[in-house]
Design a protein around this ligand. Structure first.
Ligand code: AMP
Length: 226
């Protein structure tokens, strides 16, 4: 089941006819122009859905990368915008703050960016899952099927304690094969995947179906060609 972020509350709209309260409860009418507090910044009055829409607007579509027929979602402009990056990390934090997660498993390589920042916020361990041959110590390995061919992922042995509650994170959910393989590594070490988190979900590929029954949180969802 996929859960997209929903606005938690409606944005508070300014009422132009009523005077604006100042920090000391005075009205702006009684305050000299030079001393009036600055008007609220637009982003301060946006709700969560609108903030995520702003962050999502910075994701760039690159057609035919890395191969013909793929519409690549490039998140680097989002990362380059401090406000947008903060919106994403704030939103993920809100989703998982109460879940008492023991470790965040981030998938190479863009899962490291979001997973690392979220782990620091949630005060949890961060554990990387990498492509073969990148981790220096002894590893557990899983193989999984791609659309054409096979791939493998590795995690350092003894990264997770038995029974640990783990969140698996990546930038994007497409077919779900990569996230399912990362979950297999987690379970190999006797830990539990309590949720999957993605910044972007490509809904037309039904990747969340591969991750059932674990809850999937995706902040932004895109259909075919969007
Ligand atoms: P999948 O295993 O099919 O769910 O693919 C997910 C992985 O491939 C993630 O690590 C993504 O970063 C990457 N990926 C797949 N499709 C795309 C896409 N259209 N744009 C950007 N990254 C993608």
């Amino acid at each position: 089941m996929t859960k997209a972020a929903q606005p938690k509350r409606a944005a508070r709209k300014p009422t132009p006819s009523s005077p604006k309260p100042t920090p000391r409860g005075r009205t702006s009418k009684a305050t000299p122009a030079a001393k009036r507090s600055a008007p609220p910044k637009p982003q301060g009055s946006l709700n969560n859905g609108e903030r995520l829409a702003y962050a999502g607007s910075l994701i760039r579509n690159i057609p035919n990368f890395p191969k013909k027929g793929i519409l690549f979602k490039d998140i680097t402009p989002l990362l380059a915008d401090p406000k947008a990056f903060a919106i994403v990390i704030d939103s993920l934090t809100e989703h998982f703050i109460a879940d008492q997660i023991d470790a965040i498993v981030g998938i190479e390589s863009r899962g490291f960016v979001f997973g690392g920042a979220l782990a620091a916020r949630l005060n949890t361990a961060f554990v990387p899952v990498r492509k073969p041959g990148k981790l220096p110590g002894a590893v557990d390995r899983v193989a999984y099927a791609l659309e054409y061919g096979k791939a493998e992922l590795e995690m350092h042995k003894n990264s997770l304690r038995e029974g640990a509650k783990v969140l698996v994170i990546d930038d994007l959910l497409a077919t779900g094969g990569t996230a399912a393989a990362a979950a297999e590594l987690v379970r190999k070490q006797g830990a539990y995947v309590t949720a999957f988190a993605f910044v972007v979900e490509l809904t037309f590929l039904d990747g969340a179906d591969k991750l059932v029954p674990v809850p999937v949180v995706s902040l932004m969802r895109f259909g075919a060609g969007e």
